[in-house]
Write a protein that binds this ligand. Structure first.
Ligand code: SF4
Ligand code: SF4
Length: 653
């Protein structure tokens, strides 16, 4: 056993101990869980600032940027390396010659590397799951807390960055699982479903955000307007409240919630789950001005005149893309998003006849599965792209290396997530991939048939639009009493007088500054789908949180918190983590088989049972503890070389 103590690991991402308050004693190393959410955000704001400033300092003196951002050993190394190479050149070659030139060049190289490397900022070792998560959720830590039965602590760790754990635990596309190290020797840890598990099973006694706001109440006396009450806007609003701003939330609809409220079908996301999370945010003292439309009822200039110090636009991508060769509603042509909204409201309950859905994205899958539940006779999806391989990524092991095997790049693949496609097919939807509708036959004012053709390949034009190349002589017909178009949506920039200039604020998340809006002197940020077009919910949530921190720094400057970074080292014995066959296999969620069979809108996946969840969480090998990870991979590789069986407890002890 490698010594150490688990006490050092705080559920609120213990900084061991990066934080000290000005004029007050340095925080204790064992302040487990005592770091408030506001302080954590202050810490992140300062980290971002240090990352921005560090390269400039390293340009002045190599290594200075590293010192500033807390990596002192690395900084000292660079500080010594540059003059050393110069001094060595002088000492070795007294007169100018090529030797001196080479040494000076290497000094310049060291200088340059010091500048680039200092951008990394403070030392922080994140596991691959966390690096892949657009929301920067500390996956390995909450999974581990779930394994230990600390569900509430796990939940609060998620809530520190994502105010929608129940929603995200059901609908996230979980790139974290794609990159999970477990998937290299078996199946990825069910990181997403475990988030839902801790949300379902935690005994909450209070509103987490309200408690954090009241815990050390601060009012900055500044107002911020958030326009758009979807996941991104709500996320920005709650984190702005945590930071101490007075927040006013605008939305064109009469209620908050945005896209998931309007378009997410109940079999994927029960309305009550999302509504509870929205209400929890609205309870934090956010002024609500619902039913007011930007561009019609107020302008950005009005917000500035009203005394707001900053604006965040999270208006989503609400304009559906139309296909020119389709007809109107009376003929049986529907828009996919309108159809979903009407199904959710209960305006459409039955859709008799044959339904043809056009599109290969996630919305098309939702439309098709909803049509099945509206008792359509046959539901087919037609899309330009090919169906993807069933498994997104596979790995090949050779010697000591894991190599990723990608599906053959023979053409464009359907943009829907592979598991959504599999579920859709399982429910009885037929997918006609590599196909395009050319025209529609209409009889007595109703569509009866789609004329289609096979797609040879899909090209894109310079604006990113898909241009199908059709195979000659490959026409076919598909019976259709309803044609529902779900080929994407785009942001509506009408209220801003057209697409604005956008200055990226953070590369990793869709968040931009709109720098040249007429007459505006306050910062106006835009984020989420409004910037990048329809993307994942977690990206929108992340953009909202980043917007809150960016606005804080623009309006208030640096937070009043001094930090000293230290290397964070936690030792743990690896003997707890045996690579048995059982541990490589992912546990299954309970499936509502009767609901699926009866084609109801009841939720299909019902989450983990308690015991199964603990087992699943215990499969995580804690890649954020480097010693653990290295030993695990090496031991597993050795067991393969020695021809050991899959069941071998390769990490015994
Ligand atoms: S095994 Fe655990 S820590 Fe490692 S990538 Fe997967 S979830 Fe993350
Ligand atoms: S938010 Fe999504 S990507 Fe991030 S950890 Fe959760 S499931 Fe994974």
């Amino acid at each position: 056993m490698i010594g150490g103590t688990s006490r050092l690991e705080g559920y609120r991402d213990c900084q061991v101990c990066a934080v000290e308050e000005k004029m007050r004693a340095r925080r204790c190393h064992y302040c487990i869980g005592q770091l408030g959410l506001r302080e954590l955000m202050y810490l992140e704001i300062k980290k971002r600032r240090r990352r921005r400033v560090a390269p400039y300092l390293s340009a002045l003196v190599p290594g200075l940027g590293h010192w500033y951002s807390g990596r002192r050993y690395v900084g000292t190394y660079f500080f010594l390396m540059a003059p050393l190479s110069f001094g060595l050149a002088i000492a070795t070659y007294q007169r100018w010659n090529w030797g001196i030139a080479v040494m000076i060049l290497s000094m310049a190289l060291v200088w340059l590397i010091a500048m680039v490397d200092s951008r990394k900022g403070p030392y922080y070792f994140a596991p691959p799951c966390q690096i892949s998560c657009p929301g920067d959720v500390a996956c390995s830590r909450y999974v581990h807390l779930a394994a230990e039965g600390k569900d509430l602590e796990a939940l609060e760790l998620v809530e520190a960055v994502c105010p929608f754990p129940g929603t995200i635990g059901r609908i996230c596309h979980h790139p974290c699982e794609t990159d999970c190290n477990r998937s290299k020797d078996g199946e990825a840890v069910a990181i997403c479903a475990l988030k839902r598990f801790v949300d379902d099973h935690s005994q909450r006694s209070s509103n987490f955000y309200l408690r954090e706001i009241e815990r050390d109440s601060v009012s900055l006396g500044k107002r911020v307007a958030v326009v758009g009450a979807g996941p991104s806007g709500l996320s920005a609003a709650v984190f702005l409240r945590v930071l101490g701003f007075d927040v006013t939330l605008f939305d064109a609809m009469k209620m908050g919630g945005g896209t998931p409220t309007m378009f997410a079908p109940g079999y994927r996301l029960p309305r009550a789950v999302y509504a509870r999370e929205v209400d929890r945010i609205l309870e934090t003292g956010i002024e609500q001005r619902f039913g007011e439309i930007l561009g019609a009822d107020f302008t950005l200039q009005d917000l500035q005149n009203e005394g707001f110090s900053g604006v965040y636009l999270a208006l989503g991508a609400m304009r559906s893309v139309k296909l020119p060769h389709t007809g109107d509603r009376s003929q049986g042509f529907l828009d996919g998003r309108e159809f979903l909204a009407e199904v959710i409201k209960g305006d459409i309950q039955e859709l008799p006849g044959d339904v043809l859905v056009i599109g290969g994205g996630n919305v098309a899958m939702d439309v098709a599965r909803s049509a099945i539940r509206c008792r359509a006779d046959n539901v087919r999806i037609i899309c330009l792209e090919k169906r993807p391989e069933p498994r997104e990524r596979q790995y090949h092991h050779d010697g000591n290396e894991w190599t990723e095997i990608k599906p053959l790049e023979t053409g464009e693949f359907m943009p829907a997530w592979p598991w959504e496609i599999e579920d859709t097919v399982e429910e009885g939807v037929e997918i006609i991939d590599s196909g395009a509708t050319i025209s529609f036959a209409v009889e007595d004012g109703r569509v009866v048939q789609a004329e289609c053709q096979e797609v040879l390949r899909v090209d894109t034009d310079d604006q990113g639009r898909l241009i199908p190349v059709l195979r000659d002589g490959s026409s076919f017909a598909v019976k259709a009493d309803w044609v529902i178009t779900a080929v994407g949506s785009s942001p509506d920039y009408t209220a801003l007088g057209g697409p604005p200039a956008m200055l990226s604020v953070r590369e990793e998340v869709p968040l931009v500054l709109l720098p040249s809006l007429d007459g505006m002197s306050i910062p106006v940020l835009a984020g989420g789908d409004f910037v990048r077009g329809p993307a994942s919910v977690i990206e929108g949530i992340s953009a909202g949180r980043e917007a809150a921190m960016y606005l804080y720094q623009r309006i208030m400057g640096d937070p009043d918190l001094s930090i000293r970074f230290r290397r964070r080292i936690i030792f743990r014995p690896w003997s707890n983590y045996a690579d048995s066959h059982d541990r490589r296999m992912r546990r299954k969620q309970v499936v509502n088989a009767s609901g699926r069979a009866r084609k109801t809108f009841d939720e299909v996946y019902l989450g983990f049972e308690k015991r199964v969840a603990r087992e699943e969480a215990d499969r995580c090998i804690r890649c954020d503890w480097p010693l653990v990870r290295e030993s695990k991979v090496r031991r597993y590789v050795r067991s393969l070389r020695e021809g050991g069986s899959d069941d071998r407890e390769s990490a015994g002890g």
